[in-house]
Design a protein around this ligand. Structure first.
Ligand SMILES: [Zn+2]
Length: 237
């Protein structure tokens, strides 16, 4: 077999490895991003529930203040009652007192609802804290590993690409360009072989005369359907 075909075959082997490893350069960063996003989402959820608790406690505090101020008023009115002279005034003040007492009892009911809500919020808060901690731990445990793996894969790809480019130096420029165009446009497969008299790239039946020529390995031959470079099967082994 001529040297060019051997070189092309070796280059394709390099590109096959690059193709395989290139998948990792996509999936590994995706994996890392996924962990980062998980943590961000759990942080966000935790902040939301913390806000909700803060709001709830603020409302409870306001209600307490309302009750306190109403009680003070009631106290004051009751003292005033003792000094009142007319029946009309007495009635008016008494009705004000009873109005404030009703109001306080309503606020009490609202407080109970808020306290129930608070205990539910605290349960959710604990659950969200755990989710956040898990997400944090998972990222911590994997971030460095994944970053290192990404670096390694990138380095390996660079090395193999370098090896392929060195191999390419043994080929005429035109052939390198043809190879590169096939890699780019034909699913990263430029060099294919004769597989039971069919192109291993596209499955197109190869003419018997062409099969003979391919097996001789003396010429750069192309599949008549997909245009890829055909080499004898034996060097694939
Ligand atoms: Zn083909």
């Amino acid at each position: 077999m001529i040297k060019e075909l051997e070189i092309l075959n070796q280059m394709q082997k390099c590109d096959d490895i690059i193709t395989g490893k290139s998948i990792l350069t996509k999936t590994l960063p995706q994996e890392l991003n996924c962990l980062i996003q998980n943590l961000e989402e759990s942080n966000k959820k935790l902040a939301q529930i913390e806000n909700k608790l803060e709001e709830n406690l603020k409302f409870q505090k306001l209600k307490e203040l309302d009750i306190k101020s109403n009680k003070e008023k009631i106290e004051k009115y009751k003292n005033q009652l003792l000094m009142i002279k007319t029946n009309k005034e007495y009635k008016a003040l008494n009705s004000e007192i009873s109005h404030l007492e009703t109001k306080n009892s309503e606020i009490d009911d609202e407080q109970i609802v808020l306290m129930e809500e608070e205990s539910n919020i605290r349960l959710q808060l604990e659950a969200d804290k755990k989710v956040q901690k898990d997400a944090e731990d998972e990222l911590k445990a994997n971030e460095e590993k994944l970053k290192k793996k990404i670096e390694e894969v990138e380095k390996e790809i660079a090395e193999i690409r370098n090896k392929r480019n060195l191999l390419a130096e043994g080929l005429p420029r035109q052939l390198i360009r043809r190879y590169a165009a096939l890699i780019k446009n034909k699913g990263r497969k430029a060099v294919v072989f004769n597989e039971n008299n069919a192109c291993s790239g596209c499955g197109y039946q190869i003419r018997p005369q062409l099969v003979i020529e391919i097996n001789e390995g003396k010429k750069i031959l192309n599949c008549e359907n997909c245009g890829r470079i055909l080499v004898p099967k034996l060097i694939e082994k």
